[in-house]
Design a binder for this molecule. Sequence first.
Ligand code: NAG
Ligand code: NAG
Length: 231
Amino acid sequence: MERTAVLLVILNLWTSGLALNCRRVSGSLKQIDAGNGQVFGVNSANKIYTLYSGTWTQLSGSLKHVSVGPAGVWGVDANNYIHRLNHGDWVPVNGQLKQVDAGGMISPAGVNMNDYIYCLQGGQASSWTSLPGRLKYYSCGPNSCWGVSSGNQIYIMKNVSGALSMIEVSTDGKVYGVNSSGDIFGRNHFNQPYRTGWRQVPFRQKVKHVSYDLGHLWVIGTDNSIMDCTE
Ligand SMILES: *[C@@H]1O[C@H](CO)[C@@H](O)[C@H](O)[C@H]1NC(C)=O
Ligand SMILES: *[C@@H]1O[C@H](CO)[C@@H](O)[C@H](O)[C@H]1NC(C)=O
């Protein structure tokens, strides 16, 4: 009896999760990141916003990409300079990256203008360590880091089949990305990254960015519209 119930729950988890329930969120963003229960984004004028009690609150400063996660809140500005949020103020950090991700458990990681990959060793100390390979986008979760190359190929420790233009790993290890046609893909079995394939997440419009945290898939449409989706 109990075993049957468990099996039914597992089957239910397997078969559900295909359709997304989305609600349109007010505002307009070009990029969004959800992590640690927080949501940050930047708009097309590089203004920075965070969702606070259900409304977008603007932060000071200007960033073209922002990331929130266990490593804190990090971003890069239009000139690829790196900034870290510290008690409400942006603190400059040595180095230059075009994208930085705060999803790793301790230190952020990112890619520079020439697609070289770096992670910050020693926590907040500003010593970037170069990683092998070249990627245009990089995102880490607690157990793995994923990236996409300039040719839209997907990488995780080894070459994984598929092609995406951006990818995000959530704090709980889920992986979502968008291909260059604007379709959303998720990883089937998130705890077995080497054994799995991609599944397309059906969506009624083309999108350019996704981020997942705490059961919510945050989606940025090609028109910069914001959607908050649950499976
Ligand atoms: C990764 O795999 C794809 C397709 O399987 C292949 O075309 C590509 O060259 C591989 N990239 C590297 C760096 O090996
Ligand atoms: C993106 O995914 C969709 C759905 O599978 C597919 O039809 C389309 O060809 C993909 N785009 C690219 C560039 O691979």
